[in-house]
Design a protein around this ligand. Structure first.
Ligand code: ZN
Ligand code: ZN
Length: 322
């Protein structure tokens, strides 16, 4: 991965009357004039919201921590109280405290999903799984074999018998905690990396972090969801002037790095639909972004479209629940 013009296999399939690719030159190419509009006068969105208000929701998302210092999130099946853990780069004390704050009983965990091998997603798996084992909780851990090969913490989990390791690959359909999990490939500088679409009782959640661009397959996996967790990692101008070494700035900005605020805004604009209820900006950098900029950037997308989805920004040090 070098400098120059970054291109990846993420060329967006033309959809909804517009197209763009994820080369950095194309970032921000969408203008508000070709962003799909949410018509305030349409009856259908109003009806969808009205019906949803009276329908019990199945899916909840608890982002325990998000950012380059550690990531962990729980997807809860609200009907049963069971759930899945996505990644664990959060120390045992904070993991247990934030899960309790979310009202989630960790004894109801039914599986762990690992997006990729980077330490901010894996470094605390061992200590957390060991702690859960003391509570009598032993859950399967789903990770791609290449992720296990790349990750010391995962090898430790395997060697210490803290979890039964099961393979995970794009295109799989996993039935866990009464939910269906659909992993999809992301574009990141790990051997393999994944996002997830989780479905339950006719509703869906999309989860995408650690991806330098959004492939057509990832976009499809994120479409039509009620809850959307979408990376909004950096502000390109802040990235250029932050203290990171040049090679790291290049890595983050590349198609195998992280989504910028404007890339996240473009993707959100392309994903808007009447049933989208909540969006959370994920993996926000504390060095090359602020918590204000993603809120303003993604908020503008919703405002331009007259969309009423709730917008949150996931934090490094505090729980955010949808
Ligand atoms: Zn990360
Ligand atoms: Zn990563």
């Amino acid at each position: 991965m070098g400098g120059g013009a970054f291109r990846c296999g993420c060329r967006r399939v033309p959809a909804a009357g517009f197209a763009f690719n994820c080369s950095r030159n194309a970032v921000g190419a969408l203008s508000s004039t070709n962003t799909p509009r949410f018509c305030r006068g349409e009856l259908l969105p109003w009806l969808a919201r009205f019906l949803r208000r009276w329908a019990p929701v199945c899916l909840k998302l608890h982002v325990l921590a998000s950012g380059s210092k550690g990531n962990a999130a729980i997807v809860e099946n609200a009907a049963t109280g069971e759930g899945l853990l996505i990644d664990c780069g959060l120390c045992k004390r904070d993991f247990l405290a934030r899960a309790a704050e979310a009202g989630f009983d960790v004894r109801r965990l039914r599986g762990v999903l690992v997006t990729h091998a980077h330490s901010d997603h894996t470094k605390c798996l061992g200590v957390v799984l060991r702690s859960l084992a003391k509570e009598g909780v032993r859950v399967p851990l789903y990770a791609h074999p290449e992720t296990v090969r790349e990750s010391g913490p995962l090898q430790q989990v395997r060697d210490d018998g803290l979890a039964e390791l099961r393979p995970l690959a794009a295109g799989d359909v996993l039935g866990l905690a009464g939910m269906q999990v659909h992993p999809f490939a992301t574009s990141h500088d790990a051997a393999v990396s994944f996002g997830f679409r989780v479905e339950c009782e006719g509703e869906a959640l999309g989860y995408l972090t650690d991806s330098g661009c959004v492939s057509a397959a990832a976009h499809e996996a994120l479409s039509g969801v009620r809850l959307l967790a979408l990376e909004s990692n950096h502000c390109p101008s802040m990235l250029k002037t932050c203290g990171y070494p040049y090679y790291l700035q290049q890595r983050i900005a590349s198609d195998e790095g992280h989504l910028s605020n404007s890339q996240a805004a473009d993707e959100l604009a392309a994903l808007l639909h009447p049933g989208l209820e909540a969006v959370v900006a994920m993996h926000v950098s504390q060095e090359s972004n602020t918590y204000v900029i993603p809120r303003r950037t993604l908020g503008q997308v919703l405002a331009d479209a007259g969309h009423s989805a709730q917008l949150s920004v996931a934090l490094q040090q505090q729980l955010v629940s949808l």
